[in-house]
Design a protein around this ligand. Structure first.
Ligand code: DX5
Ligand code: ZN
Length: 221
């Protein structure tokens, strides 16, 4: 089964709580929240006050994707804001094992993300320590980019490994009605979608369509 995780980056920021509620009603269990610092990536998005406000209006699982240069400076504020999973980039500054320990000590799940050009070998030794691996299928920073399909090979490879235990593997970037099946066939557990859902004329219906397409069996494809 592949689960679709709506990314609010492409939602209407003036009505985020309503956008989140619509996704829950459509069947979503998780929300993807993209935090950008204008430094690790050129763009700015939102920070912990937005996550905190949204927390009081939604009981969905919040996965916070930190696209920031110094994730260690941000962990405490997102623990307090109510994140359920905190994901940082292996390419950012800091000691990854220590960051993972701090996130878990806060009682939530820890995830690591890798850019399309970063090899799987850079995070292999962290696999026993993390709950989630986020494989970027676009260069982080913006919604609405085309998928870099070669990155899906990392999902296939990590899924083949025995020592992954309960690791959730997620892809992020460039999911649309065409690319969703390839992402699902790679064995992805969680599939993030931003612009395809929120720029459609009916976001809840699009969430349901993507969910259906990701979970067709091989004869139906
Ligand atoms: C991009 C973000 C994504 C973004 C995906 O840096 O990490 O989560 O919302 O957007 P789409 O689905 O439009 O590629
Ligand atoms: Zn993201």
């Amino acid at each position: 089964m592949s689960e679709i995780v709506p990314s609010l980056l492409s939602a209407d920021f003036s009505i985020l709580a309503e956008e989140a509620a619509k996704m829950k009603e459509a069947g979503a269990e998780r929300l993807h929240l993209d935090v950008m610092d204008g430094h690790f990536v050129p763009n700015l998005s939102f920070g912990n006050p937005v996550v905190k406000s949204l927390r009081s209006r939604s009981d969905l699982h919040f996965e916070v994707h930190l696209m920031v240069q110094n994730p260690g400076d941000r962990i405490d504020e997102f623990l307090k804001a109510g994140a359920d999973t905190l994901i940082f980039h292996i390419e950012a500054d800091g000691d990854a094992s220590e960051l993972i320990k701090r996130i878990k000590a806060g009682g939530i799940e820890a995830g690591v993300s890798i850019k399309p050009e970063t090899p799987l070998s850079s995070i292999l030794e962290l696999i026993p320590e993390i709950d989630l691996l986020l494989v970027m299928t676009v260069d982080p920073g913006f919604g609405g980019q085309a998928m870099i399909k070669s990155a899906l090979k990392k999902v296939v490879d990590v899924k083949k490994m025995n020592e992954t235990g309960n690791l959730l593997v997620e892809v992020d970037g460039g999911i649309n009605l065409e690319t969703i099946q390839e992402a699902a066939e790679a064995g992805t557990d969680l599939i993030v979608s931003g612009s395809t859902i929120f720029h459609s004329s009916n976001p809840p219906e699009m969430f349901k369509t993507l969910t259906r397409k990701a979970n067709l069996n091989s004869e139906e494809r």
